[in-house]
Design a protein around this ligand. Structure first.
Ligand code: BV8
Length: 251
């Protein structure tokens, strides 16, 4: 049994898969997508986070991501991030963190068993060639960044954030890693915990269904009940930075 009221009891055979969304970083000062005032300049995320939007107005898209690099650049992990890093330390291979967040704060907090489903704000890649994505903290204000290796062969190609946009496929290897963990965890005692996500963006929002299909106990920690709250066996309403530090009990 994993539940003694408001505590998630982690036993010796518990395999814990955690999915996080923007709500986990809200207490670090990073705007979420869908809360009031969450969107920058009132643009719908799909307009500034899609290949069509980038093709249509790359300046707007780089202003959107440049502003997010400036906003996130001064932010630090909060107690919720720290709690998840501490759980990984205790569970080791029986822990996996899949995040929709691109702010990099889980890695800063110390998580290593981490799958960044939607990419990373601090990496840039070429929109045309297959050169590897590279670390880039510049906000590229004032000038659209272009790929120099492409220019060297006469191709004018824009650089873009190494982020999965709407309408783009997630890395199959990332999804396979999460599925493999759920498969192995199901042979033991699988628990799926979602934190700080509105549960509207797929395929990430479908992971709770994958976990349920494997018999997992499912928990949700969120400021308020999102659309898919009924998919979870337990729902704890509140701030992740307040709930996560006291949620886990190690048996
Ligand atoms: C794809 C870019 C196919 C990164 C993002 C039906 C089925 C399957 C797919 C679709 C479908 N309908 C439409 C689609 C396509 C689409 C989709 O799901 N659209 C939605 C809007 C319906 N999905 C896609 O396009 C995906 N790709 O399906 O590809 C394909 C296959 C093969 C070949 C080609 C194509 C790609 C999805 C990735 C999109 N990229 N963003 C960036 O800029 O950051 S998604 C964007 O939303 C972010 O990544 C973000 O992480 C994600 C989810 O948002 P949340 O993290 O949940 O944040 P949100 O603000 O919504 O909610 C925060 C929650 O926290 C709130 O509930 C709030 O109450 C709570 N909260 C706030 N503060 C706190 C808190 N909780 C706790 N504590 C607090 N302090």
């Amino acid at each position: 049994m994993h539940d003694d009221g408001d505590h998630l009891v982690l036993h010796g055979d518990t395999w814990l898969c955690v999915l996080t969304g923007a709500g986990v970083s809200a207490e670090s000062g990073i705007a979420t997508f869908r809360d009031a005032g969450g969107l920058w300049e009132g643009h719908r995320a799909e307009q500034v986070a899609s290949p069509e939007g980038f093709a249509d107005d790359p300046e707007l898209v780089w202003r959107f991501y440049g502003a997010r690099r400036r906003q996130a650049g001064g932010c630090s992990p909060n107690r919720g991030h720290a709690a998840l890093a501490a759980v990984e330390q205790r569970l080791g291979e029986r822990f996996l963190l899949a995040t929709q967040n691109v702010d990099g704060l889980h890695a800063v907090a110390g998580n290593r068993r981490l799958v960044e489903l939607h990419g990373n704000l601090w990496r840039t890649r070429c929109s045309a060639c297959d050169r590897p994505a590279f670390e880039d903290r510049s906000d590229h204000e004032g000038a659209l960044p272009r790929c120099e290796p492409c220019a060297a062969v006469g191709r004018d190609a824009l650089l873009r954030p190494d982020i999965v946009w709407f309408g783009e496929a997630l890395d199959p290897a990332d999804l396979a890693r999460v599925t493999a963990f759920l498969d192995e965890g199901a042979r033991h005692h699988l628990v799926f915990l979602a934190v700080g996500t509105s549960g509207v963006v797929y395929p990430a929002a479908g992971l709770v269904g994958e976990a349920r299909a494997r018999g997992a106990d499912t928990w949700l920690v969120n400021a308020e009940a999102p659309e898919n709250a009924r998919r979870f066996g337990r729902f704890l309403a509140g701030k992740s930075g307040e709930i996560l530090p006291r949620l886990f009990v190690f048996d």
